[in-house]
Design a protein around this ligand. Structure first.
Ligand SMILES: [Fe+2]
Ligand SMILES: [Fe+2]
Length: 169
């Protein structure tokens, strides 16, 4: 099965009953779209990162003492889209102390891990902008302090959040 962006938005709307978390989810989806346009990604991968961006924290709606929220997101998303589930489970692993640890990512393709980096950096940038009231540029710098991301992905995020090249994409 594959999810499209409308379906991902409907799932977020239906499942996420905490407004700040719902807004964060949609904001991360938009950041992922901006990065996808700038890299650029093809249409199939753009769909995947936007859907995974919107649904990365879905697992927070089902707190579980044995699993991280990323793993819960995976368990909830696998019924809809295997690739979106794989991308979501990575979203706290591109940092000095990966959560869950990297062993749990066996089976996640290299391609989906790279798409997972996009969700991960967009997640951090949005968190710094929203929770810590950082400017987009400062949020980008904070997100990279503990994050381990490919240079082209970092460049695309910086280009989007600063809008330095406006919207040629
Ligand atoms: Fe998360
Ligand atoms: Fe998040």
């Amino acid at each position: 099965m594959t999810l499209d962006v409308t379906q991902a938005t409907e799932i977020a709307y239906k499942e996420i009953m905490d407004y700040p978390l719902l807004k964060h989810s949609m904001d991360v989806g938009m950041l992922c779209l901006g990065v996808a346009k700038r890299l650029p990604l093809n249409d199939a991968d753009t769909r995947l990162v936007v859907c995974a961006g919107i649904l990365h924290d879905l697992g927070k709606t089902r707190p579980n003492t044995n699993l991280t929220h990323s793993e819960m997101s995976y368990n909830m998303l696998i019924q809809y889209d295997n690739d979106v589930a794989q991308i979501a489970v990575c979203h706290h692993t591109f940092q000095k102390h990966p959560v869950p640890d990297l062993d749990t990512l066996i089976g996640v393709t290299d391609h989906n891990r790279r798409l997972g980096q996009i969700v991960a950096i967009c997640d951090k940038v949005d968190a710094y902008m929203t929770r810590n009231h950082k400017s987009p540029k400062n949020a980008f710098f904070e997100a990279n302090k503990d994050g381990i991301f490919d240079q082209d992905i970092k460049d695309a995020v910086y280009d989007f959040v600063t809008m330095e090249h406006k919207r040629n994409h």
